[in-house]
Design a protein around this ligand. Sequence first.
Ligand code: ADP
Ligand code: DP6
Ligand code: CO
Length: 359
Amino acid sequence: MANKNWILMVTAQTPTNIAVIKYWGKRDETLILPINDSISVTLDPEHLCTTTTVAVSPSFESDKMWLNGKEISLSGGRYQSCLREIRRRANDVEDEEKGISIKKQDWDNLKVHIASFNNFPTAAGLASSAAGFACLVYSLAKLMNVKEEQGKLSAIARQGSGSACRSLFGGFVKWIMGKEANGSDSMAVQLATETHWDDLVIIIAVVSSRQKETSSTSGMRESVETSPLLHYRSKEVVPKRILQMEEAIKTRDFPSFAKLTCTDSNQFHAVCLDTSPPIFYMNDTSHRIISYMEKWNRSQGTPQVAYTFDAGPNAVLIAPNRKVATLLLQRLLFYFPPSADTDLSSFVIGDKSLLKDAG
Ligand code: ADP
Ligand code: DP6
Ligand code: CO
């Protein structure tokens, strides 16, 4: 490797995921081990995804990263964990065309440059940390010829951001909390592929793309420390709900799916209110959207639309098919026209191709 004039690059794209049974609370902050299982749906990568390019060259003097065009520090434990775990599993890489030959042991000394872009708001409650860290781990693993299966990679992405482990699979995904103290069994598994329930349509109402005041990481830390409701939720409520949700997904039972999704989102936000001092992720527009959906569902006697809100004010609405989705969009445009008054800026619509495979 006397020649220092080469550079090897890999680009990957990873979609975000939205939890329908939420992860909120860690039992281990460093390894990122959760206090309950969670289930999510992976979104259409065209609309909400991260694109990350990782490059290696002997001329690079240190690991560096740019997020949405701005240099960020990699000194945080999460980035270091991901880099360390991937480097540890690196293999030989040969690129005959470029005359590059990297040996397994070279990776310890080679530095990487990482450039990542989110095509949706960062740190606004649309799971940028999920798409971001999944993409980081996936692209580094490709660059360094890591041969681990997807589940093992998910356990590494988990150490970047918990929700990221679920973005390495398409379709419906469960993050199994695991029992081991070292986190070896805390990883994501695919419950159903992206084609299993492809009638579903997701519409995201971007209520605000501003960065939230309380990051998910600090919000859930405060909830673990102060909310009695969270402990009740993780022990008594979520385990049963996970089984019911798995069944609803398996049988494509939309009314049950919708009921569980809405109830779980509401309990998560109740936990935020039960935290001291309380955390407000939703705003007036979010609350008005909930009231409207509840009224609509009640008027029909059976759920027409599911809603869920992550740690931010943006609404994720799930319709059972295109017909209801069209109606939903018409109603949203009528009752919630994007305007400065409501903060509502746009709607992002996922097609039936919305449940795509990651990577
Ligand atoms: P969100 O609701 O968007 O997931 P979080 O508070 O969970 O918000 O996480 C936001 C943080 O995730 C950002 O401040 C940044 O540190 C990290 N992040 C976001 N996007 C990326 C990315 N593409 N690559 C690496 N890290 C990212
Ligand atoms: C409300 O995965 O962003 O979106 O693990 O600290 O990075 P860290 O937190 P993060 O939390 C996500 C919380 C949530 C629910 C969910 O995605 O399950
Ligand atoms: Co996040």
